[in-house]
Each structure stands twice: as C-alpha cells, then as structure tokens.
Write a new protein. Structure first.
Length: 176
C-alpha cells in the first residue's frame, strides 16, 4: 500500500470493518449491538435520530395522566393495525367510566351514530390532554385528518368523579 492510499482513509473505516467482523462471527445480540454502536453514524442521521426522540411521562394518581392513559389506550384499541379491538375498547370503558355515565353514553351513541368517547365516527390522528379550567374537568383535543384532507379539531371536556377519578361526562366544547 502506498503512502497516498493510507492517507486517504477515513478514521471510522477501521471501526466499521471491525464491527462487520464481529457481526460475521455471529456473536450474541449484545455483542452485535455493541459493535453497531461503535460504528460512527453520519452526522445527518444522528441529528435526525435525536430530533425524533420523544418522551411521555405521567404521574400515578394524577387525573390528567389518567385521562391521557384512557384516551391513548382507547384510540389504540379503535385503530389497531389488525383491526379495531372491540373487546379492549369495551373493557377500557368499563374500567374508566362510571356505570351511570356508560349507560347514558351508550344511549347517546345510538342516537347520534358516533363513538361517544371520541365524539366522532373515525379515530383522531393526534390528541392532547391537559388540565381544564374547572376542578374535576380535563380538556381533550382531537385532531382528525391530515395530509391532503382538511384538519378538523374537536375540543372535549371530560368530567371526573372527585373521589375515584372515574369519568362522569364527556361533552364537546367547540369544533373548528
């Protein structure tokens, strides 16, 4: 090898070759992950990965977290990749809604022919849950559509029972 060839080498090339060798030898998954982590990623990919990193947190016993958990799980059940999971949606309603409200909601759904928890016939693409203005009320905002279709936002107020935090009412506040 001449002097010019070795001078043009990129510093990460040796690491990449070593990582490939480790993978080729078929070491365990932990060794493969370590070897892959040792290979320097291009700066563009690293910036994308860090920008895509998100965090969601909650507090045990917090009513906003409880409503967010309910809506997140309910929307996942209604929009499951394998098809809607009706049994899970029903179980979530039984867990989070008071029996009296569940009965009223069922009657409302029959009358309006929409899902009463979502107040819509389809599933939102985004949702936000935040503290409402009044005690025992949580604000839920659903965004429907996206891409080429127009975006519609529905704002809901979720009322909770003071002692156990079960949902006692869901009502629409505004639609844009």
């Amino acid at each position: 090898m001449n002097r010019n060839t070795s001078a043009r080498r990129r510093p990460g090339r040796r690491v990449a070759v070593a990582a490939g060798l480790v993978l080729a030898l078929g070491l365990g998954a932990a060794a493969q992950a370590t070897a892959q982590a040792a290979v320097p990623a291009p700066a563009k990919a690293s910036a994308k990965a860090s920008a895509a990193s998100r965090s969601i947190s909650g507090l045990n016993g917090d009513v906003v977290t409880q409503v967010a958990d309910f809506y997140g799980a309910y929307i996942d059940a209604k929009d499951d990749a394998a098809g809607p999971d009706s049994a899970l949606a029903k179980a979530l309603r039984a867990h989070y809604l008071t029996p009296a409200f569940a009965k009223r909601l069922s009657a409302w759904e029959k009358k309006n022919n929409v899902d009463g928890v979502l107040r819509a016939q389809n599933v939102p693409v985004r949702w936000t849950v935040s503290e409402g203005g009044d005690s025992g009320e949580i604000a839920v905002t659903h965004t429907f559509g996206g891409g080429e279709s127009p975006t519609v936002t529905t704002s809901l107020v979720v009322e909770l029972e003071p002692v156990f935090g079960d949902v006692t009412d869901i009502r629409t506040t505004t639609t844009r």
